[in-house]
Write a protein that binds this ligand. Structure first.
Ligand code: ADE
Length: 253
């Protein structure tokens, strides 16, 4: 699956492409990332990519022409890509969207802005969608683009070494994750819940689901609103709510 990013800071993407899950996906040819620097498309001596905003005010705005040429060069390689501008003004990017992109193998052309943003006419002319990764302002769209790339690429078949990890993700679909433990079974007076040390796989599955529901109910009750739940989940959640405040919940604080 192909991804392209228009960025003034291509070296930032080394953090994503040189190590970890995304690096492996690239090496296995599951994902391909192309980087396009608008500065390479400037024609003046100073390689100018920004200019003062019309109407005045602080900061600079990314100029139309170098961006246009970077975008069109990327489009020549990936003509079907959905063009996405990363900005705090965009629609919130979430796991649901990451899954839709990965499942549809929808190529993305991500535009990472710097300064006060890009000339609005770039958005008018080229951008299909505007995405935000959260209600805070980053110094540029690069980190947001990397968040999107990581969230999508790890979902591509074969990207995660352990096939169970992706399965586990869907098991907990829309819920916060359950706690995890590894050896030793006791350290600093803290022990691993006994159910996890036994071999009863269904008891372990139920415990994990209960923990995920408990955490979600306590930390992010909004995620439970309007969520389709199985009969088992409904039952566990009712028990959790009935028991809230009980010692039973000391696991999850
Ligand atoms: N660029 C700057 N801040 C951003 C955010 N929160 N999401 C996406 N792109 C951004």
């Amino acid at each position: 699956m192909r991804f392209d990013v228009v960025t003034l800071m291509p070296a930032m993407f080394d953090a994503l492409t040189k190590e970890g899950v995304v690096a492996k996906a690239i090496n296995r040819q599951i994902a391909q990332i192309g980087l396009w620097n608008p500065r390479d498309y400037t024609t003046d001596l100073h390689r100018t990519v920004d200019d003062r905003p019309y109407g005045g005010g602080p900061g600079m705005v990314m100029k139309y022409q170098p961006l246009q040429q970077a975008i069109e060069s990327a489009q020549a390689v990936s003509p079907q890509a959905k063009v996405v501008y990363l900005s705090p003004q965009g629609r919130r990017f979430d796991q649901h969207q990451a899954k839709a992109v990965a499942a549809g193998r929808q190529s993305l052309l991500l535009i990472a802005g710097r300064y006060e943003g890009v000339d609005e006419r770039i958005i008018q002319r080229y951008v299909d969608e505007e995405w935000s990764i959260g209600d805070y302002v980053l110094s540029g769209g690069e980190l947001a683009a990397m968040v999107v790339l990581d969230a999508v690429i790890r979902l591509l078949p074969g990207a995660l070494g352990d096939a169970d990890s992706a399965q586990q993700d869907s098991f907990m679909d829309g819920l916060l994750d359950c706690p995890h433990y590894t050896r030793p079974d006791e350290i600093d007076g803290l022990s691993v819940p006994s159910v996890l040390q036994g071999g009863n796989h269904d008891a372990i599955r139920r415990w994990r689901l209960q923990q995920a529901l408990m955490r979600t109910n306590r930390r992010r009750p909004d995620l439970l609103q309007g969520r389709h739940m199985t009969v088992e989940e409904e039952k566990f959640l009712a028990e959790i709510i009935a028991a809230s405040g009980d010692a039973e919940q000391t696991q999850e604080q």
